[in-house]
Design a protein around this ligand. Sequence first.
Ligand code: SAH
Length: 464
Amino acid sequence: MLLTIRTTYEPATDLGYLLGKHPERFQTKSLAFGDAHVFYPEANEKACTAALLLEINSIKLQKNRNQQFSESFRLANYVNDRPYVASSFLSTAIAKVLGSALNGNCKDRPNLVDQAIPLEINLTSLPVRGGKEILHRLFEPLGYEVKAENSILDESFPEWGESPYYQVQLKINSPLRLVLSHLYVLIPALDNKKHYFVSEAEIQKLIEKGEEWLKDHPEKDMITKRYLRYRGSFVRSALDQLVNEEVSPQKITENQEEILEKPMNLHALRHQRVIEELKQLEVKSIIDLGCGSGKLLKQLVKERQFQKITGMDISYKSVEVAHKRLYLRDAGPKMKERVSLFHGSLTYCDQRLKGYDAAALVEVIEHLDEARLEALEKVVFQYAQPKVVAVTTPNRAYNVLFEGLPEGQLRHNDHRFEWTRAEFEEWANNVANNHGYTTQFFPLGPVDDNHGAPSQMVVFKLAE
Ligand code: SAH
């Protein structure tokens, strides 16, 4: 399997710096499934070509696999197309051998990392499941000029049809790191097979590698489905995260909501009030749903009463920030057992959500489209069913009292809605009736006679 990357950017040998591989050296790296060689068939001022040659070792490959290539035909475990075609092995090799270029690290030519340069990619044999048209649909929206050729399988047996393996040439003016991220994601998507069991970690890889382009790709659904091998819950989580990624913690802190609410320290007050309520109710285990950067978790940890504390958020970045805020990396085993985090979505049943005395949703519901609240209701109140659920959300009626908030505007650009007290109560009472909970409402912040408090909380309790 051979991948070549050619540039005519001058001096073309700068490609060596970008790839972190010297044009005069032949380099080999041993990987779990064989060897990856990097060398330069051409390297001068005007044009430079780097080649990545994968030599897949079928025996090594089979030893490291936990699944059979074919159950019914044993020889196929050793004799198959994998050594000869571009597949997820090539993605692994790109990450392991050209990882610094993929991640945009280049000490010697830092300015070139984000610079668009003319690039030509050749793949000797790319399996394209679903026909050539798919190849165009995946690469062309990203700006590639695509040429692909295949042959008929056997001239003597025209009825066998065309080969699914294409010789592919891609041309583009783009930063190299982006091109590598496209190949990393799209090659396995085109091949539509994966050499390893697709675990949850793959969601994060997809989101990281596709961060800059996948969200706006017209075929993002197909790419995500194929990349994650049609594992429904993974696909939904990835798509949700791609679309929701704007809700990153950085954006939230820059947001006017914090600026508006800061003078009354409203956010800290919400957390304090949630904790007060939970303490009174003798809750021992709690899950913070939509935990964001982990501010509530940090306060919960200080209370000995809470023996099990878990945070969950749809944004992987938020989970990472929370992880740092709680110093979980260097925590001892007791702390690690007591406090944990995971990334997931509030709108899909997930057994990790079960088994807690209480759940908190602090300023979360207004970040979901109203149409998704029904799914959230099912997940939290019917599926996970904690004994206590504390939910806070802004009170829209109070917005007129915020100086600097134009009339009719919501407090946060990611808020899909903000409710008045009556609207909140209607929703909460309805949910409580549907699932056997009682409700108690609390104003949060200084109460204005006409407009109420800036924020509001409901505490649901599962009826005995
Ligand atoms: N509760 C936190 C953060 C509030 S911001 C605090 O009090 O500081 C809203 C959070 O909800 C964001 O971190 C966002 O990523 C998360 N979120 C939005 N939609 C979600 C969903 N469907 N599932 C889980 N979390 C979600």
